[in-house]
Design a protein. Sequence first.
Length: 76
Amino acid sequence: MLILILMSGLFTPISSMPQWAQLITYLNPLRYLMEVMRMVYLKGSGFSDLLPQLTALIAFASFFNIWAVISYRKQN
């Protein structure tokens, strides 16, 4: 969990990370949440500006929810 927080861009900008680490952050849902928070708090962005990040977050949520439902098995 700690590595996901560190690679989300919360403490250090993603642009200052090595190229290989920048590619890994695309698989981190916290990256998109941090981008949304920065855009709203610092830039005052509207919903249309946040649409790419929110789409990625919805895709992550849908994927993990479907995965949880499929992997759930009733045990006796």
